[in-house]
Design a protein. Structure first.
Length: 219
């Protein structure tokens, strides 16, 4: 999956000339933590955060009389407080790479740019969570099994063959690691995975469930 297929395209943007008061209104009640700043040709210039706006407004209000403060606030533009150290990705980037960048940099969102740094989209943590739910097939129903495996080749081929022989369809698969243990999660297009689980277990795979880890979150 690529960033360009999941990025948001319809979201609020500002220019350097946008009044800070207008930017504040756009962010108020918004799920976004920042507004992207572009020029008239949609070239990405930077961003402005809720914190930047909050810091800018009181500093003026506390040093001037009310009418003076209101006048200056109407003139204060995003250009005065915008940040330029923005991290952007391209639409052809694999979405898991974008997720890793967001995780490593502790970012709530990433700008997506095309040719000549023109802004084409925005991707958020909410989008990433939607992708996870989609990739794991949750909304398609069915049931899932989890089993522990050795880190060797041919595991998915062997297990998918077992499932196919039982006439069951696979909705989604995923691989997770916990304390050097590799676990495979398979969502199946059946309400009860009993027969599949039994067949996989007879082939020597260890089935695992939440009960196997209960001590880790109760101790």
């Amino acid at each position: 999956m690529y960033v360009g297929l999941k990025m948001l395209k319809d979201f609020k943007k500002v220019t350097p000339q946008t009044p800070v008061l207008d930017a504040d209104k756009l962010l108020t009640g918004s799920d976004f933590w920042m507004l992207l700043v572009v020029d008239d040709d949609r070239k990405l210039l930077g961003y402005v955060r809720k914190e930047d706006i909050a810091l800018a407004l009181p500093s003026i209000m506390t040093t001037l009389e009310k009418h003076e403060a209101l006048y200056l606030l109407s003139k204060l533009t995003v250009q005065k407080i915008m940040r330029k150290d923005i991290i952007a990705v391209h639409p052809e980037m694999e979405i898991e790479q974008a997720a890793e960048i967001m995780h490593q940099k502790n970012l709530a969102g990433l700008a997506v740019v095309g040719d000549q740094q023109k802004l084409v989209g925005y991707i958020t943590r909410s989008v990433m969570l939607d992708v996870l739910v989609e990739e794991m097939g949750l909304k398609q129903g069915g049931s899932r099994i989890v089993f522990e495996v050795e880190d060797r080749t041919g595991v998915l081929h062997e297990v998918s063959g077992i499932i196919n022989d039982l006439g069951v369809s696979i909705i989604a698969t995923g691989t997770f690691y916990h304390n050097d243990r590799r676990m495979v999660v398979i969502r199946l297009a059946v309400d009860d995975p009993y027969l599949v689980a039994g067949a996989i277990e007879r082939k020597g795979y260890k089935l695992v469930s939440a009960a196997d880890f209960e001590e880790e979150w109760t101790s």
